[in-house]
Design a binder for this molecule. Sequence first.
Ligand code: COA
Length: 324
Amino acid sequence: MIKYFNYPNATNSDWKKLYKFVLDAKQTSSSDKKVEFEVWKKRWLSICKRRPYSSVYLLFDKNKIIATINAIVKNPGEKSEVLLIIYNCKDFDVLEKYQQQLLIHLNHLSKTFKSSTLTARHTIIDKIAKQANFTVSNQLIFFDLDLKKYKPNKKLLSKGAKSIKQGKLKFRFVSSASIEEYSKIAKLFTTLLNDIQCANKSRHYLVTANDLLANEKNILSKTLYLFLFDEKDNFIGMSVVSYPRKKPVIVNQYMTGVLKKYRKQGLSTWLKIKMYEKLKSELPKITNIKTDCYSKNLGIIRINKSLGFDTVKSELEYIYKNDN
Ligand SMILES: CC(C)(COP(=O)(O)OP(=O)(O)OC[C@H]1O[C@@H](n2cnc3c(N)ncnc32)[C@H](O)[C@@H]1OP(=O)(O)O)[C@@H](O)C(=O)NCCC(=O)NCCS
């Protein structure tokens, strides 16, 4: 049975069931596992508060939660409104017998919003998405870099360094910023996100200063940026990573890029190399960097490969557009 998780009215027992599921489904990294129930609940509530139009659905097998479906609404009410549907499950094979319920639920969700998108993390989700008339919009590629074996490529680094010198650019690592600075960062982040090379650009991204402030305040994970600035101190490029505050082992790299005018000068490669140098020297326990991108984003794929990333897997992203 699929139930809406009505969190303001949920009982402590409902919360505990969800907490257990989250831990079991390894939705948290090993170091996050020690997070106490109350801390986890507080964090979950703060995420819900930031996403008032979003909901969580729980798939029950008898009395046990076996999957969650997060439905996050971006740009509510606008032309660019999009519902991001995220299926979380420890073992997707068990969803086989719930296919019909999941299909009805997905049909209902996708008819409620202007457009909906999901990433198929398993063939069952692929199947359900197709049955609900979703079509493939993009392919995502997931990469992994073994930081223990990684050696910075001096030639690649010097190409970017030369461009930095010529362009009189400056750089700075940032983990905390003022709201004014976050507004500038959010603008750069939004521009780069909307500029990603992909097969189907049906999504419009918007990052706000408040989103970035909330990331800074996240009690579980830490966000670290490396920025490039021009002579007038405008933000022109960035690389951002996030990792668990306690005992970080794996780092996620979300966005690396520079504004159009500064491309093909080795700057993004340089940003990545500098970021890994910093992580290696300050957090020696880190073993891997994970990142992903669209299969059409040839620039970042070339960079990741030149830096020694391995391709781990690929997933299809689906979209449904509601014509009503
Ligand atoms: C993709 C992106 C990051 C590349 O940045 P960049 O600063 O131009 O990259 P670099 O100059 O370091 O390029 C490294 C290599 O990739 C190649 N490359 C860069 N963009 C390319 C493209 N669109 N197609 C093919 N190759 C490309 C460069 O020619 C260079 O190759 P070389 O080593 O043989 O000279 C940039 O286009 C960008 O900011 N895009 C928008 C944001 C984005 O997509 N970020 C990645 C999100 S996952």
